[in-house]
Ligand binder design. Structure first.
Ligand SMILES: [Cu+2]
Length: 517
């Protein structure tokens, strides 16, 4: 039995026992296990907590069907979940959607998730953006076989924000997410409650995904072979929360819209079709310090952005479209609709956009241990190997010498997207945008530099970058160098960093980094 990997029979038995059971294995090498370093503060019960968790959830990945388009139902893969113990509101189902239930947890809560794989292939769940120990992070080496259950134990340590969860088995993340395996993971805390933000029915998640359907209403994936892998999957139809032609009925008042780009590879340039600017209040890692106005927002795969949208000046009956504006992102030359908002009823609300949203304890680049020579990662097409990071592709448990970091260190990482030779997209110098994700932490984006070769494409998207605040995924355009500032706290062991274009990731544009004590 591998680490915390139990059979169905054990799962049922465990249910009878209740909390407190810990599944530790002797067969996993120490360096892979990682360890919990006690954190300061009374709140930090820490991972591998003892006693019963405050919230216990059974989650499973299954195959099913959804009515998405008129006519025949679409075969999908789904996450289903139920609360075994704890508040019922810990899970919220999005009606009529293949998306998994929304986890709805409070900072500081201890959580146990029993994940059962009912697919016909290996899978494992990654809690995207969360600061959890390595055994809870969904590394592909922990993937479980059909019929098996993996038990996650962790404390929600992150600040309030819109995180998410999705599969992470090596080589199959793209198709598994594409067929429907993904869900949001919301965290709330005291700081978030302080500013008067729209809540309840006025706080809405919007998961944006592109899909391709065949004439029989079935999802098509990988049909273009090598092209799909090199470019990343690009669909011809946008779904919001799993629904086509999404229309959002609203009242004449402010809303909080939480956007996740849950697409495999598509980059969106989001704007309102009447030119209204967007008010951004949060990023991957939660609320910004203060709202930011943008003409448009660039949202790469896995990124989240939250908007404050006030419909109070709009007459009942008015329609507004959120659209993808033309840009140099792959397959994005034309404007296409994302969703329609329809003002349906009068309603007054006394809340106003707060000047201040939260306080960030931002770090200073001057304090980084490698401030003079950042750790550099070259993103490029390798000869005959597809996309590479520093000339390497994924190895399940290996780290190179330059991928070992020290617990407690603050570091600067610099992603260098090679611009290519300018010989065209499919020539020797193919260059594409890469949304770079680092597991287990939130970082700051501190600097961008664009080469003259990449400048014209960059100019079509760069005003939409929201670099303020906390991030777990940053878009690195061809010819661009992006510096991020990250700190390795609390946990040692093997984490991942990779491109979140899921086809690039599945091809191996992913590596481990090892946090050593
Ligand atoms: Cu990539």
């Amino acid at each position: 039995m591998a680490l915390k990997q139990i059979t169905r029979h054990d799962f049922l038995r465990l249910m009878g026992i209740g909390g407190g059971a810990l599944f530790l294995s002797a067969c996993v090498p120490d360096y892979l296990k990682g360890s919990a370093i006690p954190t300061t503060g009374a709140q930090a019960a820490g991972p591998g907590f003892f006693g019963a968790p405050e919230v216990e959830i059974a989650l499973k990945a299954v195959k099913g069907e959804m009515q998405i388009l008129p006519g025949k139902a679409t075969k999908v893969w789904r996450y289903l979940a139920e609360v075994l113990n704890g508040p019922a509101e810990s899970l919220k189902v999005i009606p009529d959607s293949y998306l998994g239930p929304i986890f709805n947890l409070k900072k500081g809560q201890t959580v146990r998730v029993h994940f059962t794989n009912e697919l016909r292939e290996e899978s494992i769940v990654h809690w995207h953006g969360l600061h959890v120990p390595v055994e809870e992070d969904g590394h592909p080496r922990l993937a479980i076989k059909p019929g098996e259950t993996y038990v996650y134990d962790f404390t929600v340590l992150d600040r309030a924000g819109t995180y998410w969860y999705h599969p992470h088995p090596h080589g199959r993340t793209g198709p598994q997410a594409y067929y429907g395996l993904a869900g949001l993971f919301m965290v709330t805390d005291e700081e978030e409650i302080a500013p008067d933000l729209p809540s309840g029915d006025y706080d809405l998640p919007l998961v944006i995904q592109d899909r391709l359907f065949d004439g029989d209403n079935q999802l098509v994936y990988g049909g273009r072979g090598m092209m799909d892998q090199m470019m990343g999957f690009l669909g011809n139809r946008v779904l919001v929360n799993g629904l086509p032609d999404f229309t959002l009925p609203v009242a004449t008042r402010p809303y909080r819209l939480r956007l996740l780009n849950g697409s495999n590879s598509r980059i969106y340039k989001l704007g309102w079709d009447d030119g209204t600017s967007l008010t951004v209040i949060a990023t991957d890692g939660g609320l910004l310090e203060k709202p930011i106005q943008k003409d448009y927002v660039t949202l790469a795969p896995a990124q989240r952005v939250e908007l404050w949208v006030d419909f109070s000046e709009r007459p009942v009956g008015e329609q507004l479209r959120l659209v993808n504006l033309p840009s140099a992102a792959p397959d994005s030359g034309v404007l296409f609709p994302i969703m329609t908002v329809r003002v349906e009823r009068e309603e007054s609300a006394s809340i106003q956009l707060p000047d201040r949203l939260s306080t960030h304890n931002l770090r200073d680049e001057a304090d980084a241990v490698n401030r003079r020579s950042p750790r550099e990662f070259s993103l490029a097409m390798g000869m005959g190997m597809g996309w590479t990071i520093n000339g390497r592709t994924f190895e399940m448990t290996a780290t190179a010498r330059d991928e070992v970091v020290k617990l407690g260190d603050l570091e600067v990482w610099q992603f260098n997207n090679q611009a290519g030779s300018g010989r065209g997209m499919m020539g020797g110098g193919m260059a594409l945008p890469h949304p770079m994700h680092v597991h287990g932490l939130q970082y700051q984006v501190i600097e961008r530099k664009i080469s003259s070769v990449g400048r014209s494409a960059w100019d079509t998207l760069s005003d939409g970058f929201v670099d303020e605040g906390w991030h777990d995924t940053v878009l690195v355009m061809p010819g661009e160098q992006v510096k991020v500032l990250l700190k390795f706290e609390d946990f040692t062991g093997l984490y991942l960093y990779h491109c979140h274009n899921l086809e690039h990731e599945d091809m191996g544009m992913m590596r481990n980094y090892l946090v050593k004590a």
